[in-house]
Design a protein around this ligand. Structure first.
Ligand SMILES: [Zn+2]
Length: 399
């Protein structure tokens, strides 16, 4: 069994290292017997953060390998799961049997309803797909996209998100009045962008001078979306509000880091943010210097299982708007990557970014990552007979 980089079905597998005997034994006990070594959950969490999976070598060398990965459980620990879109394990393989307990079930748990709504909303508005568009209207276009797609979404069956959702503090008092006037519990959502997650800042827009309703001051425990690490803002925060008979309560709150107050792309944490900064720099250089359009897509937690192991998907778009080259980017903490000797120079498969500092100027690992991404994209231009000379900058179509 080997540690491998997260990949798509059918793609070549990039191995990091073979698993040690005690690691294989611990995984077998965990999966087959439901018994965990004391260090196992922490190790699995680390693998998930490093975007590493495990391939099982129980089948012949000529066949594609069955794949295992660490998944987060509803109890916020980690368990080993099998990727159901990969080949099955060979007869006699300890990972071919039914998992020992429900904790090890292969099915990825459905994200909580509010997290799911946030992911669907951002994905429908395509705020997780970044085009190299310019101009100062970017932020209002993102809010407009959120409002537009909310027409076809519901907070609750029969309650359109467009009518029961607000994305601006100015709209909040009106929503609260509407909820508070109802005779039965009625739900609405409020999406806010904040720099910090302290309750004072979160609750501030809830209070209005309007005396027609009262807001319950209790803030429920903050949930983070899809295992994201809320270490540094800004954040997008989604409130589920419920109102009836003159009172509005905050029922649930979900927060997820975003790139910035001007670019509302949801991220898993500061490591992702640094990787995105480098990718945006590459995107700008290719547009200005080569007239090439590159798109960057952040995988959200409602993506296909194999995509959830990927930080970003980078695509080079041809003149007809079709992708001509596409590859994955895996972002992880540099210390962990170095400790596990992840080979950063591997020439095929996903491009790995070992992130050192998450603030301040680019570090040598950032610069190395940038040049690997640039050369992957420019090699393709050279091989596909594209122009070698810088072309005039063109405005991309942000659709
Ligand atoms: Zn196997």
């Amino acid at each position: 069994m080997r540690l491998v980089l997260a990949n798509h079905p059918g793609d070549a597998c990039v191995a990091v290292r073979a698993l040690r005997v005690r690691e294989i034994e611990a995984l077998t006990h965990h999966f087959r017997d439901g018994v965990d070594a004391p260090w196992l959950s922490e190790w699995l969490a680390r693998l998930a953060r490093m975007r590493l999976w495990i391939d099982c070598e129980c089948r012949s060398m000529r066949e594609a390998s069955p794949m295992l990965f660490a998944r987060r459980t509803p109890e916020a620990t980690y368990a080993l799961a099998r990727m159901l879109d990969r080949p099955a394990h060979a007869r006699g393989c300890p990972f071919g049997v039914a998992p020992a307990s429900v904790r090890n079930a292969d099915e990825l748990p459905e994200p909580p309803r509010l997290v799911h709504l946030m992911c669907r909303w951002f994905a429908a508005a395509r705020l997780n797909v970044l085009f190299p568009y310019t101009g100062d209207d970017g932020l209002s276009a993102q809010y407009a996209a959120l409002r537009e797609v909310s027409r076809s979404m519901e907070v609750w069956p029969g309650q359109p998100l467009y009518d029961f959702g607000r994305t601006h503090p100015h709209g909040l008092p009106e929503l609260c009045r509407k909820l508070s006037r109802s005779a039965h519990d009625t739900q609405g959502v409020y999406l806010s962008v904040t720099s910090r997650l302290d309750s004072g800042e979160l609750l501030e827009p809830m209070y209005s001078t309007d005396a027609h309703y009262q807001v319950d001051e209790e803030l429920p425990p903050l949930r983070t979306a899809c295992g994201s690490e809320p270490d540094r803002g800004p954040f997008v925060v989604l409130f589920l509000l419920a109102g009836a008979k003159g009172v509005v309560r905050i029922r649930e709150v979900v927060a997820q880091p975003i790139h910035s107050r001007r670019l509302l792309v949801p991220l898993d944490g500061v490591v992702d943010r640094r990787t995105l900064e480098v990718l945006l720099d590459v995107q700008r250089r290719l547009l200005v210097g080569w007239g090439r359009v590159v798109t960057i897509r952040k995988t959200l937690c409602n993506a296909l299982p194999h995509e959830r192991g990927v930080s970003f998907q980078v695509q080079s778009v041809g003149p007809n708007g079709r992708a001509v080259l596409s590859f994955d980017v895996l972002a992880a903490d540099a210390e962990m990557a170095l400790a596990d000797r992840v080979d950063l120079e591997q020439g095929a498969g996903p491009i790995y970014h070992a992130v050192g500092a998450t603030e301040g100027p680019l570090t040598p690992t950032d610069v190395s990552f940038r040049s690997r991404v640039l050369s992957r994209l420019l090699d393709h231009v050279a091989h596909s007979g594209g122009s070698q000379r810088p072309a005039a900058p063109t405005r991309a179509i942000a659709s």
